[in-house]
Design a protein around this ligand. Structure first.
Ligand SMILES: [Fe+2]
Ligand SMILES: [Fe+2]
Length: 198
């Protein structure tokens, strides 16, 4: 089964700045994603995207929401239409005249699967947070204290254990950090700090 999108252009630049309201985005999330674990994953990635946009990129609130929205909806079609991931959500957002940057970020969140290269920092951070956020969350669930006292070295140990969260591609994590120009340690530390409060 190929998920290749076979195109590199998404949405229309005339729609730059167009977003869903928070209510519209949660409605879509709740209607499309029935699996609670997946919803939690999407909300965690959304929170990381918003936090990064605010703290590291120093973006204003409107831009923070654009980053957050990309995180919130990146896997919207994965639960009910896995064979149409992520074509279905992209097409939906195009129909709703959403900002092409948000659509591009979603389209490039798995370059090996969708064949779209991450270009902007929004693209790159969504790619970098996606798998790593899931692995760190899985690690929190097996620790008695959850995120309490979680350390960088513990996460790195889990990363080296191939059997732990085996479906998480270590190669993609490394590739994503490289593309973003960030060290693996920096991204892990950011996730530990921000995901724990969420
Ligand atoms: Fe995905
Ligand atoms: Fe994801």
């Amino acid at each position: 089964m190929s998920l290749l999108l076979n195109r590199n252009s998404f949405g229309n630049t005339a729609n730059t700045g167009n977003v869903l309201s928070k209510d519209e985005a949660s409605l879509l999330l709740n209607e499309w994603v029935l699996n609670e674990k997946l919803r939690i994953h999407m909300m965690q990635v959304a929170h990381l995207m918003k936090s990064w946009a605010a703290e590291k990129e120093k973006l204003n609130e409107a831009d923070q929401w654009r980053w957050e929205m990309a995180g919130l909806l990146h896997d919207a079609d994965w639960d009910q239409w896995p064979d149409q991931h992520c074509n279905k959500i992209i097409t939906e957002l195009e129909h709703r005249h959403i900002d092409p940057e948000i659509i591009h970020a979603i389209a490039s969140h798995g370059p090996n699967h969708f064949g779209v290269e991450p270009v902007s920092m929004m693209d790159k951070m969504l790619y970098a947070f996606d798998e790593l956020s899931g692995l760190i969350h899985a690690y929190s669930l097996m620790r008695p204290g959850g995120y309490d006292g979680m350390e960088l070295k513990g996460v790195k140990k889990r990363l080296k254990e191939k059997s732990f969260a085996a479906n998480v591609s270590r190669e993609e994590i490394g590739d994503a950090c490289n593309r973003a120009g960030l060290s693996l340690d920096e991204v892990i530390e950011f996730i530990i700090t921000h995901q724990s409060s969420h």
